[in-house]
Design a protein around this ligand. Structure first.
Ligand code: PPS
Length: 295
């Protein structure tokens, strides 16, 4: 099998104006033929916003909180990542061929690149948004450890790249806004990472109802416990340590890094924070989206 060399880090490729990881860009054309099933549920997020957390939660809901069943495979095999493609690894589309209904799917694509069939067939979508500052810090650390990304440069440089939407998947601002807009005409459960931190049981209950299920209290409590950051960090089927080292190097930064709200304060300087806030106000002007920056 072809293996990614350490430091290969290909430059991003623009697809319809959206910068994408080179290998993922190659999937976009193939995704147009994607066959949707009526009971598919799509988890959509801007990167680093709680995708893995919600994926594990939903898989547990579908399996009635049965831990053993949720240990059957790594998260990326239980929840295929639609646009994923990397040398030496099975693509998201290939993984998709092997899982039974009801399928849980993952994407980070902006609406302009999403397979139209998902929208036409009114597939249920769970969108998770996380505050931009924690996303930027998490993304910086992820760029360093996940070598399908270009080199992030310094934090100062990366923050600029993030603010100008030149990171993989483009602008955070546009992403959170356009998916919120979609929720007005499509079945989208729009969740916030910070709400999940504050009251995981309430948010898990919302997800359960959204997918048309109901679970007894004790099972909900078990899911809360099993999907805590601590548990998922220790769980090789959820923490991405099964990914080859050439693709994700956890010695640089673990995938399950901190799992908190407000960690950005340890990275942003006062000047960076002021500049970010001023720019944020302009980009989010007119929006009613509110994010907790700390808890
Ligand atoms: S990815 O690569 O875009 O799919 O990453 P994603 O899963 O969206 O986001 C990774 C961040 O989510 C944190 N995480 C969690 N936080 C709280 N509880 C649980 N259970 C949990 N699981 C993952 C993970 O640690 C990343 O955030 P940071 O801030 O880097 O720690």
């Amino acid at each position: 099998m072809e293996q990614i060399e350490d430091g290969s880090r290909p430059p991003l490729v623009s697809v319809k104006g959206i910068p994408l990881i080179k290998y993922f860009a190659e999937s976009i054309e193939l995704l147009k033929n994607f066959q949707v099933w009526p009971d598919d549920v799509l988890i959509s997020t801007y990167p680093k916003s709680g995708t893995t957390w919600v994926s594990e939660i939903l898989d547990m809901i579908y399996h009635g909180g049965d831990q053993e069943k949720c240990q059957r495979a790594p998260i990326y095999d239980r929840v295929p990542f639609l646009e994923f493609k990397a040398p030496g690894s099975r693509s998201g589309m290939e993984t998709l061929q092997e899982i039974p209904a009801p399928r849980i799917l993952k994407t980070h694509l902006p609406l302009s690149l999403l397979p139209q069939a998902l929208l036409d067939r009114k597939i249920k979508i769970i969108y998770v948004a996380r505050n931009a500052k924690d996303v930027a810090v998490s993304y910086f650390n992820f760029y360093k450890m996940a070598k399908v990304h270009p080199d992030p440069g310094t934090w100062e440089e990366f923050l600029e790249t993030f603010m100008t939407g030149k990171v993989a998947y483009g602008s955070w601002y546009q992403h959170v806004l356009e998916w919120q807009e979609l929720s007005k005409r499509h079945p989208v459960l729009y969740l916030f990472y910070e709400d999940m931190k504050k009251d995981p049981k309430r948010e898990i209950q919302k997800i359960t109802e959204f997918v048309g299920q109901s679970l007894p209290e004790d099972i909900l409590d078990r899911i809360v416990q099993q999907t805590s950051f601590k548990k998922m960090k220790e769980n090789p089927m959820a923490n991405y340590t099964t990914v080859p080292n050439g693709i994700m190097d956890h010695s640089i930064s673990p995938f399950m890094r901190k799992g908190t709200t407000g960690d950005w304060k340890n990275t942003f300087t006062v000047a960076q924070n002021e500049r970010f806030d001023a720019d944020y106000e302009k980009k989010m002007a007119g929006s009613d989206l509110h994010f907790d920056m700390e808890l």
